[in-house]
Design a protein. Structure first.
Length: 468
């Protein structure tokens, strides 16, 4: 019994304390000694919704007179200007769309269409325009459109007022060095049936008599004269290069190479027409055609790297002849010459100890050419003009060029107090009030009949009056 009581007392002593011996815990602090409680946090406001700023509203473009000139702004991305027959109206094709410009009492009106190419005036009050293959004529008096034909996709054409049939190039998206390739077809405007004339080729232009010239294949290939009734005439079985029409459309010219193979190695090469050969093809003959008879052959006197340009009246042809460049002999110091062709006669005007280039005609009695360049200085070279008597004339100053896809171009030459404008398709020489220090921008091509020459600088277009 005594042992049981002792065991119980021992258990009570051991379980009566939960920690070992140590200092007594400090008494809880009094109310005044406690640290102050942090203030309650205010709820954060909800984030404000992002501000939506409306795009700035651009003012509508307007036109104003400036001492005989015209200024249109703001109008972004102007890339072409078409003029009416009288010159009193023009259509500006810009990034926002097309605009009608009246020049007599200056005004600008936005048209309710945005064509891919610049509209063409068929008369003073009619515009031919195309969108997504729908070829239409807009009456500017009533704003009504008349559908000529729905091609279903963009086409290249040379239609004229009064046409009932067409020859067009249905593009296939192949563009090389400005040449646009596709299937060439003929048909009736408003009709359903078409005749395929050339599976793959490109159009050159339309003769005054109505035939459309086309090259089969790529840049060099057989040359055809096509009618809108689906008729074909083969003008050149050999590959035709650098085909062009005279400004009045009454004549055509092209260059060919000899059909003979120069070596047995060339017999192994496929006869492929290239859009742009690595070097100029060795050309041996110049051909001309008056639109009715047989083409006339004018031998060049051996293979040459050659270029040719009609004079504004179509009577003469400027010619540049250089040595042939090949993969094996890319020599640029071969002799070159410039000549003029009258009928079937080639008259050499000057010979040089290097390659020469050919530019546009500058009037009816001379043309621009590029003499051999011995060293590059970085400065703009003067305009060099070859007269029909073989004399070289130099025009110093600053010059600009502007052109079209079909090869028409103009050149502007500023020489201090005098600024002249000349065209590749006209003997006209005009003057304008122009100073490059005014920073009016770069010129756009306009035909020789235009009353103004437009300059584009950003969202501003300045129309400088042309004076004879």
């Amino acid at each position: 019994m005594r042992k049981l009581v002792g065991a119980l007392m021992l258990i009570a002593i051991m379980t009566g304390c939960s920690r070992g011996a140590g200092p007594e815990p400090a008494p809880p602090p009094r109310e005044a000694e406690r640290a102050p409680a942090p203030p309650p946090r205010e709820a954060e406001p909800a984030p404000a919704p992002p501000r939506v700023t409306a795009p700035p509203t651009l003012p509508d473009p307007g036109v104003r007179s400036l001492a005989g000139d015209l200024e249109v702004q703001p109008i972004a991305g102007t890339r072409a200007v078409s003029w009416s027959p009288s010159g009193r109206r023009a259509v500006m094709l810009a990034k926002p769309g097309a605009y009608l410009l009246e020049t007599a009492a200056p005004s600008l009106t936005r048209l309710d269409f945005a064509p891919r190419e610049a509209p063409v005036f068929w008369s003073e009050s009619e515009l031919l325009w195309e969108q997504a293959g729908r070829l239409q004529v807009r009456d500017l008096t009533t704003s009504a459109d008349r559908l000529l034909h729905d091609f279903g996709a963009p086409v290249i054409h040379f239609l004229r007022p009064g046409d009932t049939h067409y020859v067009v190039n249905r593009e296939k998206g192949l563009v090389q060095q400005g040449y646009r390739f596709g299937t060439i077809v003929a048909g009736q405007l408003g009709g359903q049936d078409e005749t395929v004339l050339i599976d793959m080729g490109h159009l050159i232009g339309r003769m005054a008599a109505g035939e459309v010239l086309a090259v089969e294949g790529y840049r060099g290939g057989p040359l055809w004269a096509l009618t809108d009734k689906g008729e074909k005439r083969l003008l050149s079985q050999e590959n035709a290069y650098f085909v062009q029409l005279s400004p009045d459309g009454r004549q055509a010219l092209w260059l060919t190479r000899s059909p003979e193979k120069s070596s047995w190695l060339e017999l192994l090469k496929p006869a492929v027409a290239h859009a742009d050969p690595p070097y100029d093809p060795p050309l041996t003959d110049l051909w001309t055609w008056d639109g009715s008879g047989d083409p006339v052959r004018i031998p060049l006197g051996g293979p040459h790297s050659a270029r040719a340009n009609f004079s504004p009246d179509g009577r003469l042809i400027a010619l540049a002849l250089n040595g042939v460049l090949t993969d094996a002999q890319p020599v640029v110091d071969q002799p070159g010459s410039v000549a003029v062709v009258t009928g079937t006669e080639i008259q050499t005007l000057a010979t040089f100890d290097g390659r020469v280039g050919l530019g546009i005609w500058l009037g009816s009695d001379g043309f621009r050419y590029s003499p051999p360049i011995r060293e590059k200085t970085g400065a703009q070279a003067p305009i060099t003009r070859m007269s029909l008597t073989g004399e070289t004339e130099y025009s110093h100053g600053i010059w600009y060029e502007a052109g079209t896809r079909d090869g028409r171009s103009l050149i502007l030459n500023w020489m201090g107090d005098l600024t002249t404008v000349r065209w590749s398709d006209s003997a006209r020489e005009a003057r304008i009030d122009f100073d490059p220090n005014d920073h009016v921008g770069h010129p756009l091509y306009v035909p020789p009949s235009a009353p103004y020459l437009p300059f584009v600088s950003g969202d501003r277009v300045t129309f400088k009056r042309l004076v004879d």
